[in-house]
Design a binder for this molecule. Sequence first.
Ligand code: AQP
Length: 339
Amino acid sequence: MRVVSGIQPTGKPHLGNYLGAIVNYVKLQDEAQAAGGECFIFLADLHALSQPHNPNELSQNTREMVATLVACGVNPSKTVLFNQAQVPAHAELQWLLNGTARMGWLNRMTQWKDKAGKNREGQSVALFTYPVLQAADVLLYQATHVPVGEDQKQHLELARDIAQKFNNDFCPEDAPLFTLPEPYIPPAAARIMSLRDGTAKMSKSDPSEMSRISLTDDADTVMKKVKKAKTDPEPLPSEEAGLDNRAEAKNLVGIYGALTGTNTSDILAEFGGQGFGAFKPALGELLVETLRPINARFMELKDDQEALDAILARGAAQAREHGIPTLNATYTALGLVRG
Ligand code: AQP
C-alpha cells in the first residue's frame, strides 16, 4: 500500500481541503503503516507556479502548510512529508512523461477550462501542463491509493492514462513500469462548497474570505462566517429529497454530516422543520470544537521555522531515495543514455 497525495501551499488551507483530503491523509497514514506500506504527502510548491504568485508568500505559505498538516494529525514519523522543490525527480519525471501525454487529453481537463476561462492564450504553460506533473508526482512512488477531493478525479484518470500508455509503448507486456493509481474519494465530503455560493467549490483562491472556513480561523470568525453563510428562507426539510435544488442548505447539512459522521436523513430527522436560526449555531459550535485543537497546535508550531524546515528536509531526503528506482527505470525505458 503506497499512499501519495499533495496540497498546494497557495493560501490558508480550508475546510474543503480538510474534509476532502487531509482527514484521509491521517487515516491512510495509519492504515499504510499497519499494512507495512508507506504514506507520502507533499506540498505542491511547483504546482503553485502555474498561477501568478508572490515568492515571499509562497515560502511563508509552504511552512504554514507544514504546520497545519502536522496540527491536523499528519505525523512526520509515519508519513514522508516534504515539498516538491526539494525533490527534483518530480520535475524530471514530468518532462519524461510529456512525451507520452497527449495535447487532446490535457485540453479536456475541466480545471484547465475553468481556470483559463476565456483567456487561454494569456495563461502560463504550467497551468496547461500541471496535470502531467501531478501524474509524475504519484507515478514516481508507484502510488496505489491517492486520497483527493472529487475535483481531482479527472486528473487522476489522466495519470492512469499516461501510465497505461507509457507501459504499452515502452515496457515488455509482462513487466509494466508504472502502477496504475486508484483515487481514494470517500463520498461524504468529496466536495465542500463555498459558503457564499453553493454551486462553487470552497477554494483558497476565492477572493471572498467569507466563502471559506480556514483551518486557522479563530472561534469568533468561524461563528461569524457560518451565521453569514448564504441560505434560503425555507426551514430545513424532513426528507433528503427536500434538499434538491437547495445547494446552500445541502452544503451546510453535508458539512454537519462529515464532521459528525452522521447521514443526511438522521440530521434531517433532528433539524427538519427548523430554520437556519437553529441549525447554524449548532453547525458553528461543531466547527469551533473540531478546529480548536488544530488551531492550538498550529499556533505552537507556526513560528518555529527551524523545526518546520527540518521536517521538510528529512522528508525530502526520504522521498529522493524512494523515487530514484522509478526515475532511473523511466530513463532506461526511453533509451536515454546516462553515464
Ligand atoms: N472544496 C473542496 N472539497 C473537497 N475537497 C477539496 N479539495 C480542495 N478543495 C476541496 C481537495 O484538497 C486537496 C488539496 O487541494 P489543493 O490545494 O492542492 O488544490 P485545489 O483543489 O486547487 O484547492 P483550492 O483550495 O481550490 O486551491 P486553489 O484555489 O489554489 O486552486 C485536493 O485533494 C483537493 O481535491
